[in-house]
Write a protein that binds this ligand. Sequence first.
Ligand SMILES: Cc1ncc(C[n+]2csc(CCOP(=O)(O)OP(=O)(O)O)c2C)c(N)n1
Ligand SMILES: [Mg+2]
Length: 655
Amino acid sequence: MTLPERQLANAIRALAMDAVQAANSGHPGMPMGMADVATVLYSDYLRFDPTDPHWPDRDRFVLSAGHGSMLAYATLHLAGYARPTIDDIRNFRQLSSPCAGHPENFELEGVETTTGPLGQGLATAVGMAIAERHLNSLYGDDLVDHRTWVIAGDGCLMEGINHEAIGLAGHLGLGRMTVLWDDNKITIDGATDLSTSEDIAARYAATGWHVESCDGHDPADIRRAIDAALADPRPSLIACRTIIGFGAPNKQGTSATHGAPLGADEIAAARETLGWTAAPFDIPADVADAWAGFADIGKKHHSLWKLRLANSEKKDEFSDRITGGVVPGAAFTAYLNGLVAEPPKVATRKASENTLGALTADIAAMIGGSADLTGSNNTKTSSTKPLTKDDYSGRYIYYGIREFGMAAAMNGMALHGGVVPYGGTFLVFADYCRAAIRLSALQQQRVVYVMTHDSIGLGEDGPTHQPIEHLQSLRAMPNLLVMRPADAVETAECWALALAQTDRPSLLALTRQNLPPLRHDVTENLCAKGGYRLRDASAARKVVLVATGSEVSLAMDIADKLEAAGHGADVVSMVSTELFDEQDGAYQDAILPRDALIVSIEAGTTFGWERYTGRDGLRFGIDSFGASAPIDDLYAHFGLTVDAITPQILAKLGN
Ligand SMILES: Cc1ncc(C[n+]2csc(CCOP(=O)(O)OP(=O)(O)O)c2C)c(N)n1
Ligand SMILES: [Mg+2]
């Protein structure tokens, strides 16, 4: 290479400052500070092929400091990806451009994961690194042998999830993961010493990481540190000492460069300082040529990999695995038929375990786990042996008490491809991982959340453990499929639906307590419609009882009473409001007829149920925190019994 490396890095700096200036919004400081590190990474280390961004054995690169999105856009453009084009970059942060404010996995090939919520990118990368080692253990170095690179900022390391993520990575010995920390000692509020005095290197070392540091503006020193990281079997953190906004003579080193345009004068001064004479969005030919050559190493690895794949006995199996088609097999069908032959009275968490037993026997891609509630979430099966540092071929991850870390890692596994992750905790602790559930949904990833102990039905553990607002708040999240099955058949159907979703996550809300069998035929997956009539009124229909999960059997008992009093009552099992809302209006009207009294029953907040009951309907639920007591006492205390509800419905009917 004849050009000085600084000049190649300055291309990133120029694009970042000019695009932010044009958009009049964005974050120039981080890309300008990390430009030298990114240039070294792309030139010598990152294995990528812009002509085939989805090549399965490519290295994964995660820009955890997502506010520095212009670093991603500049490098993708310079490195030869079809998008973003220079016009895309010119339109940074505009509706027409894939160069969104923060990098979005669905906008650009080459953006491996959506980032922006600080800390999650790094935690997601842990999942990618787990998936890589798992697939490596199955397919060997010939087919799976890549690295996971992360650029993270002070914020990513300060967030609580960082503790969970690096704890998991250190424990699992994910030595092919390297975090390049933008150690610029600046955040939005100012210098990091305003808010932290932590010895980050010591924390990482104590967690089983290898730690290096380097001058983030000295290519030779950056290479030395990366080489040391590659040579060490542990995951590595490299503290890259940088100056935020490097090159902007009056503002560099200050938080003024973090998240605002530099301004025309400072940009002109930066051009002077950096020796960058090209016009905005103009990349000199020699710089462009040098960048275009960076893909050569990756392209060579890619073509050798293709040869190895072509000659591999596992070619077809591997390709199937990567394309991600998962279909419940013979074991699942046999299990479902068995439920009809001998209907069990089981908790839906137990029904989920039984379903998983059949599914995981047939579907090798499924990797389960739990945040230290394996015996409660019923997530482990005989097919899923532990995945450990010594044996990555296992299919069960003991995530420890790291709900957020688990969920982010599952996102990373799903994004990596080749595995279908599911993991459990108590439904009430959905709050602990909610920000990662949100990213599963935003990123359109097939992640399955197994959330048990889904109501006051868990009993004595009391209000801290009893979900109230959780179901409705999760239903409010776009692109998340929330399902609350009522018995073993519905639980199996919900699992089949969860696996069939290729572009959204699912969350199964499951009971601790046993539930009676309600469904006795399995010829059609009735849960697929979201809500369906489980029982038809005998007398002329006056009432439709809409219930979910454990309250469906309660609704059946109430319907008996109403029928005995001469009022026809349907019972609708509303397994998933999202799926029901996707049905056509005629179906919805048939299930929830406008001339009937609609009554909702769910052992959680009544908030939102008026969208089905209308203002004239009745809503039974719990609009306070729960309480600590045995289950039957709680249902009585909160008025969720046949005796408490039936008279109120009769009164409403005018009796
Ligand atoms: C979870 C979360 N909290 C807050 C923010 C808002 N935010 C964006 S960048 C930033 C400061 C991050 O500092 P650092 O990582 O050091 O970035 P630098 O200023 O060095 O670019 C904050 C608070 C966010 N994006 N995500
Ligand atoms: Mg910083």
